[in-house]
Design a protein around this ligand. Structure first.
Ligand SMILES: Nc1ncnc2c1ncn2[C@@H]1O[C@H](COP(=O)(O)OP(=O)(O)O)[C@@H](O)[C@H]1O
Ligand SMILES: [Mg+2]
Length: 251
């Protein structure tokens, strides 16, 4: 099992944002987490990737308890995430952004394994280049990140998450605010990352068409609790999912 979450809970004062969530993920499986705004999706990812400490519960990655570890330790283990809000350095070029992200992960693997030689700058630059190419951003490498069109900025966020060479990548609403064309291109990229790099992807997404296209499994959150977990066909048929997520609309 790649990822195993048990009883994951996060209280913000009176509010239980994530409520005893259990979740399992096999390597190579495509999981989507869906649910209405405020359901606890982003908080769940923040708990898994170390940005927040859980109130209760455990997170296991490849059998090891990583609960409460620092974000940089978790990145070193091969978990990475893109953010719903911008995480790029606006004043740096696209290429510089990718190099900074690659360097961070390189130091990480070094500190985790002192026998492993720190790879040189050329390797880091090469990985940054490859990542930009994979994300269709290589042509824009000399442009300041802040000058990129919106869709390219969002793709750069994904590139930065990918630059650490993760085994498991969380994408939090990667197509939010994109035009239909940008959305299509981004979904194609997500599928390519999966196939060519063998990255296991957990996707938070609102667009049901995208979810049904890319998911092997769907977990549904509502008010912090997981109310359903199954294949797209299983999820489609569940009345409480339709009620919670779609206000009773047939899907
Ligand atoms: N840092 C925080 N402090 C207080 N409340 C928070 C914080 N982060 C999220 N919340 C609250 O937790 C709930 C879940 O939020 P979130 O995980 O962002 O939902 P989603 O991503 O599903 O839209 C919301 O009610 C939100 O307002
Ligand atoms: Mg969110």
């Amino acid at each position: 099992m790649l990822l195993e979450i048990e009883g994951l809970t996060k209280d913000f004062g009176e509010l239980t944002a994530v409520d005893e969530v259990d979740l399992q993920l096999e390597e190579g499986e495509s999981l989507s987490i869906i649910g209405p705004n405020g359901a606890g999706k982003s908080t769940t990812v923040n708990l898994i990737t170390g940005l927040l400490n859980p109130t209760a519960g455990t997170v296991r990655y490849r059998g090891e308890d990583i609960t409460g570890q620092e974000p940089h330790e978790i990145v070193q283990r091969g978990l990475s995430r893109s953010f719903q809000t911008a995480s790029i350095f606006p004043d740096l070029t696209v290429e510089r952004n990718a190099i900074v992200a690659s360097l961070g992960a390189e130091h990480g693997s070094f500190s985790l394994n002192f026998l492993k030689r720190l790879t040189g700058y050329d390797d880091v630059a090469e990985r940054a280049r490859q990542t930009l190419e994979d994300m269709g951003l290589y042509e824009q490498r000399d442009i300041k990140a802040e000058s990129l069109p919106y869709g390219d900025k969002r793709r750069l966020e994904m590139a930065l998450a990918l630059a650490s060479n993760p085994d498991l990548l969380f994408l939090d609403e990667p197509t939010a605010g994109m035009s239909p064309e940008e959305t299509d291109a981004t979904v194609d990229l997500i599928e390519r990352i999966k196939e060519e790099r063998g990255v296991t992807i957990v996707l938070i997404e609102h667009d049901m068409e995208i979810i049904f296209r890319v998911s092997d499994r769907i977990a549904v959150l509502n008010r912090g609790a997981k109310i359903a977990d199954g294949t797209p066909d299983e999820i489609r048929g569940q009345p409480d999912v339709q009620e919670a997520y779609l206000g009773g609309v047939e899907i």
